[in-house]
Design a protein around this ligand. Sequence first.
Ligand SMILES: Cc1cc2nc3c(=O)[nH]c(=O)nc-3n(C[C@H](O)[C@H](O)[C@H](O)COP(=O)(O)OP(=O)(O)OC[C@H]3O[C@@H](n4cnc5c(N)ncnc54)[C@H](O)[C@@H]3O)c2cc1C
Length: 271
Amino acid sequence: MLDRRPRLVFRPIDIPDLVAGVRSASELDLPIAVRGGGHSVAGHAMPDGGFVIDLSRWRSAMVDPERQVAEAQGGCLLMDLDVATSAHGLAAPSGTFLDTGIGGLTLGGGISHIVASEGFACDALTGAQLVTADGRIVEVDDATQPDLLWALRGGGGNFGIVTRFRYRLTRIGPMYAGGLVFRGATADVLARLFTLDRDAPDALVLKANVWSEVDGSPIAKVNVAWRGEHDAGEAAIKELTSHPALVEANLRPMSWLQLQALNTPWPHGLR
Ligand SMILES: Cc1cc2nc3c(=O)[nH]c(=O)nc-3n(C[C@H](O)[C@H](O)[C@H](O)COP(=O)(O)OP(=O)(O)OC[C@H]3O[C@@H](n4cnc5c(N)ncnc54)[C@H](O)[C@@H]3O)c2cc1C
């Protein structure tokens, strides 16, 4: 997709190292890009001739189960955060692919399997530590820097390098999830899905992909995530599972971590 050559890729060890890197980029007059999980298909983390700050060494996530808060380093992938939180029966609303970076995902919004009940990943962001373009270290929260926190919640990587994210967590129990495949009658399936989604409780999150087979016949794949026990989940989606165009159903009870691992990572470098 992209064929870019940065001038330099810098993997800082700690904050002083990172600050020194930012100052060097400024002295060399090179544009800085931050690489979190590297999932930006637009290539925002990999500018031609730029100074890439790669946070792949910064993947530690700590949880305070009493306060239901997680502190995660800026280079964490979803899997780092999910493994740390789920050990305490907690979750952050993050995303659906475990090798996505929490950095780009949170700063850009972040849509997860519990988006209807918990909002976007950026809604759960309660604080951050930033290194700014002039090398300053800034602690951000609602009390000290409300405008900056507001900007980080969806404003992208434009305000500094986030070295640490702080999230409000939610208690998470059993999930009932998987996929439904429909062949033909996809317009009717989507109409049912929209009605169901409009009236459903926030425990239900539905996502649909629609495409044509090689022979031109339409296919709809609906991803289902129900936050709760499986019998209530089955009842919540019976309008879809009773549709005559259903050809495949792959739904089962699972833990939050199993659901997060359902989408296996795509190998990097495919074109
Ligand atoms: C296979 C795949 C699955 C996806 N699934 C989901 C999903 O389920 N939900 C969803 O909401 N989105 C999803 N996305 C979109 C994804 O959230 C965005 O592409 C996001 O920007 C990726 O973040 P990253 O850190 O991995 O990417 P990167 O390419 O590393 O960075 C993306 C942008 O964020 C900036 N950035 C990253 N980390 C930091 C940091 N610590 N400080 C400052 N700036 C930073 C970078 O500079 C760059 O501008 C998916 C993308 C792919 C390719």
